[in-house]
Design a protein around this ligand. Structure first.
Ligand SMILES: [Zn+2]
Length: 140
């Protein structure tokens, strides 16, 4: 159960949606939440140079006023097209590190700009099992 209303910010990449929906459902987060589906997830908040930070903050502020949002969950994921996909990185660790750095920056931006919001960061990644792969999500 979600004690405070939640904003979930995740990437708009199509291939993660089924696995993400399943995970969000397991968390009980499909109710009592608002979802922001943005290219790169937390990347737009982390990287001011992309020019979307203010707009995202404005939308969250609006959601907060309307819905009494108390918490934001930021979800980035591996093999993300906004990050040039996994081949853009030397290895999985380098890829994860880039995401964790952006998530930390995005969290800081939210905490500074929108005082009183609790922010949690998550990283979704693919686990290969034989011929299929499954999206797993961990708190980071
Ligand atoms: Zn993505």
């Amino acid at each position: 159960m979600v004690d405070k209303k939640l904003v979930i910010i995740h990437c708009s990449d199509e291939e993660i949606q089924p696995g993400l929906d399943k995970w969000l459902s397991e968390q009980g987060w499909l109710v009592n939440s608002r979802r922001f589906s943005l290219p790169g997830g937390g990347q737009l908040l982390a990287r001011e140079g992309l020019g979307q930070r203010e707009e995202v903050l404005k939308q969250i502020t609006k959601a907060r006023e309307v819905d009494k949002i108390g918490k934001v969950s930021l979800i980035n994921h591996s093999d993300c097209s906004a990050y040039g996909q996994q081949n853009n990185f030397k290895d999985q660790l380098a890829e994860q590190t880039a995401h964790l750095i952006d998530l930390e920056i995005a969290q800081e931006v939210l905490e500074v700009e929108l005082l009183g919001l609790a922010v949690e960061n998550y990283y979704a990644f693919w686990q290969e099992t034989g011929t299929s792969r499954q999206l797993l999500v961990k708190r980071v």
